[in-house]
Write a protein that binds this ligand. Sequence first.
Ligand code: ES4
Ligand code: ZN
Length: 319
Amino acid sequence: MTRLLRKAELHCHLEGAVPPALALAQARRYGVATDAFMKDGAYVWHDFTSFLGAYDAVSGLFRSEDDYALLTETYLDDLAAAGAIYSELFISPDHAEAVGVGADAYVAGIGRGIEAVRARSGIECRMVVVGLRHCGPERVEWAARYAAAARNPLMTGFNMAGEERMGAVADFARAFDIARDAGLGITIHAGELSGASSVRDALDLIRPTRIGHGVRAVEDPGLLARLADEGVVLEVCPGSNVALGVFPDFPAHPLRRLQAAGVKVTLNSDDPPFFKTSLEREYEIASRIMGFSDEELDTMTRTAIEAAFVDEETRARLL
Ligand code: ES4
Ligand code: ZN
C-alpha cells in the first residue's frame, strides 16, 4: 500500500500534466475541436513525434495567467492528495510565447498556483525552465537567458527537453553555461530515446547534477559505475518509458538494475495523463511489479529531496 508513503518528484512537465477533463473544459471554453488529440476522454498519440504534437495542442488550450494558475493548482492539489511533499515542474516559456500569453504572465500564473496549494496543503514546488531541443540552440539559449534574468525564488533550475535525437548536445552547452552562471540547478533529458552515449555526452559537456531519464545508461556498465561514482541522480519515469516503448514492460524496466549498481534513482511521472500514469501509480508499480520495499521507496523520496533545486532551509525541512 503505497498511498500513505511520502512522495516527491523531480520530473513532470506542466503541460503534460493536464487532466483530460480539464483539457475538455478549456477546449469548450475557447471553442477548440479536440478530435485531433483526444478520443473518449484520453489523449491520442502513437509515437514520440505525435506525442509532442498532442502536447503542443493541449498547451494551446491555456491562454492566460489565470489558466496557468488553474492548471498548476489542479496538478498540485492531486499530487498533495497522493502524499507528495515536493514537486519540480518543468515549464516551457516557449509554449507560453507560442500561445500568446507571454512568458511573464505564464510564470506569474504558475507561481500563484504554487503558492495557493502550498498554503492549503504544505506541498512545496519549484519551477525548472525547459528549453526545447528541437527548436535549436538559439531558442534554448533564449530560454536560459529568460530563466537567468528572472531572479524568481520559485524558478530554480534549467533543463532541456524535446526531441533527444536532434542536434548534438555540444551545441547546447552555452545555454547551460548561462543557466549555471546564474546559479540555477542543471538537469537535462538524455538516455531515453537515445542510447548510453547521450548520457556520457551530457555528463562530459553539460555537467548536470541530475539527468532526466538516463535509463539507457544500463547499456554500458562503465557508465553505470561513473554515474554511481559521481552521485548523479536519475529522474526515472517507468510509466513514460513503457508507454513510449523504450522498454517492453515493467518487469523489463532497468530501475532495479540501476539502483543495484549504486546509481541514485528517483520516481517521476513525466507527462502523467499522456502516459496513463500518476506519481502514485509509479510508486505502486515500483512496489508491486519491481519489488521495492517501502523503505527503498522512501529512500527514493529522500534522494529526490536531496537532489531538489531548493534552498538548504527548505531541503532540511522536507528531509
Ligand atoms: C518533452 Cl518537450 C517535452 N514535453 C513533454 N515531455 C517531454 N519529454 C521529452 N521532451
Ligand atoms: Zn520529460
